[in-house]
Ligand binder design. Structure first.
Ligand SMILES: Cc1ncc(COP(=O)(O)O)c(C=O)c1O
Length: 382
C-alpha cells in the first residue's frame, strides 16, 4: 500500500510513515556538495526507495537535480515510467529473458549486462526490432556478485562491440567493503577497476560513464567519484558506517508513528503477550500500540526497543505481535487512547533511528528501512 493521506484521513490511521521531502532535498544538496566537480549523482531508489515510496521520492529527487535513477528490477522501472518519471533509469539487477528485453526497450530503461550470454539475448531482440539500446556493463572487481570478472573485461567489451546496436553507456562495478574503516580491499577493487578500464580504453573504446562508489565509497574517498556515484542510503539520511558520520550533514527522511488503542493496569507478575516473555514484578500501566511485525517492526526487537511519547522514551514490553505491540506507560500521567507514539523519528530531544534498531538486532539500517513496505500508508510532507 503506497498512498498519500490528507490530514483527516491521517486521524483515522492506526499507524503510518511520514516522508520528509525537505530532508530528502537537504540530503541531495549535502551529497552534491561533497562530490568532486563533474561527478554526478545517481540516486538508488530500488526496493520502493528503501521503503520511502519510489515514485514520490523520484519526483523530488529529479526536481532536486539528481541526474540518474537506479532500481533493481524491471517492475520497479516500469512503475516509475508509468508514473511519468522521465530521467534516465538504470536497472541494477540482471535481465535474462527476451520478453524482459522487449519491456526494457518499450519503457526506455537501461539494462545492466553482466555476461556475454546476456549480450547475445539483448542483441537478438534489439536486432529483431531494428532499434538501438543504451547498455551498462558490470564488472566484478571483488564483490563476487553480478558482473564479469575484471580479468575478463577486455574480452567482455570486445564481445559487446560485435553488436553496435547495443551502445555502451557506462562501465561500472560495486564495492564490497566500503563501509569498513580498513580501506585496503576497497583500494584493491579501485585499482582492479582502473586497470580494466585502461585496458578497455587501449582497444580504442570510448566509455561515456564510469561509476564505482555506493554511499560508503562516496563518503570514504573522493577519488572514487568518477562520472557518477550510486548513492542509496545517504539520500534517506542515514550513514553507512559510524566512522563516516563526520563527513556530510544528513537528515533522516522517514519516521514511523502509530496510535495507542487501549490502556490498562496490570497487577504484579502479569505476563504480557505471546509466551509471557515480560512479567513486571510490580503492577504497571500498559498501552497497546497499533503496529506490529507485519508493518515492519522486527519481532526480534521484542523487550529491547523503546518508543517516544511526548518527547520521552517508554519501553516496549512482551513479544511484538503481527499487528500490535505493548509499551509500559507507567511514567506517563494522563496518557490517552488515540495518542501518537513515535517508533522511529525524533520528538524534542528524544530520537530513535533505523541504526538503533539495526544495532539491537544485529542487522543493518538498509534492512530496517526496506522492511516498511506492506501495510503502512505514507504521508509525504513537502
Ligand atoms: C549496485 C549497487 N550500487 C549502489 C547501491 C547503493 O548502496 P548504498 O545504499 O549503500 O548507497 C546498491 C545498493 O545496494 C547497489 O546494489
Amino acid at each position: 500500500m503506497n498512498y498519500c493521506l490528507n490530514r483527516i484521513e491521517l486521524q483515522q490511521q492506526r499507524a503510518w510513515i511520514t516522508i520528509d521531502h525537505k530532508a530528502l532535498r537537504h540530503n541531495v544538496e549535502a551529497i552534491k556538495q561533497w562530490l568532486k566537480s563533474n561527478c554526478r549523482l545517481m540516486a538508488v531508489i530500488k526496493a520502493d526507495a528503501y521503503g520511502h515510496g519510489a515514485v514520490k521520492v523520484a519526483e523530488t529527487l529529479v526536481e532536486a537535480g539528481v541526474d540518474y535513477l537506479a532500481i533493481a528490477t524491471l517492475g520497479e522501472g516500469i512503475e516509475l515510467r508509468e508514473a511519468g518519471i522521465e530521467a534516465p533509469i538504470l536497472i541494477l539487477g540482471a535481465i535474462n529473458t527476451a520478453a524482459e528485453v522487449k519491456e526494457i526497450i518499450r519503457y526506455n530503461l537501461e539494462p545492466t549486462l553482466c555476461t556475454p550470454q546476456q549480450i547475445l539475448i539483448f542483441a537478438d531482440v534489439v536486432n529483431s526490432l531494428n532499434t538501438t539500446l543504451d547498455v551498462h556493463l558490470k564488472l566484478d572487481t571483488g564483490m563476487s556478485r553480478l558482473g564479469t570478472r575484471w580479468e575478463n573485461a577486455v574480452e567482455f567489451v570486445r564481445y559487446l562491440l560485435q553488436f553496435p546496436p547495443l551502445r555502451l553507456k557506462s562501465i561500472y562495478s560495486h564495492l564490497a567493503t566500503a563501509d569498513s574503516p580498513d580501506t585496503t580491499f576497497m583500494k584493491i577493487q579501485q585499482s582492479r577497476f582502473e586497470e580494466a578500464i585502461s585496458r578497455i580504453r587501449g582497444l580504442g573504446v570510448k566509455i561515456p560513464l564510469l561509476h564505482l562508489a555506493n554511499s560508503a565509497g562516496t563518503l570514504a574517498d573522493t577519488s572514487l567519484h568518477y562520472d557518477l556515484v550510486r548513492v542509496g542510503l545517504c539520500l534517506y539520511g542515514l550513514y553507512p558506517a559510524p566512522h563516516l558520520k563526520n563527513t556530510i550533514p544528513l537528515k533522516p527522511v522517514l519516521e514511523v508513528k502509530a496510535r495507542i488503542t487501549q490502556i490498562k493496569y496490570l497487577p504484579p507478575n502479569t505476563g504480557v503477550s505471546y509466551g509471557h516473555t515480560y512479567k513486571g514484578s510490580q503492577g504497571i500501566k500498559m498501552a497497546v500500540v497499533a503496529i506490529g511485525y507485519a508493518d515492519g517492526v522486527p519481532r526480534l526487537l521484542s523487550n529491547k526497543m523503546k518508543v517516544i511519547i511526548r518527547g520521552r522514551y517508554a519501553p516496549q514490553i512482551g513479544n511484538i505481535t503481527m499487528d500490535q505491540l505493548m509499551i509500559d506507560v507507567s511514567d506517563f500521567e494522563d496518557i490517552e487512547v488515540g495518542e501518537v507514539v513515535t517508533l522511529l523519528g525524533r520528538e524534542k530531544d528524544a530520537a530513535i533511528s533505523a541504526d538503533d534498531w539495526a544495532n539491537i538486532i544485529g542487522t543493518i539500517s538498509w534492512e530496517i528501512l526496506c522492511g516498511f513496505k506492506h501495510r503502512l500508508p505514507r504521508i509525504h510532507l513537502y
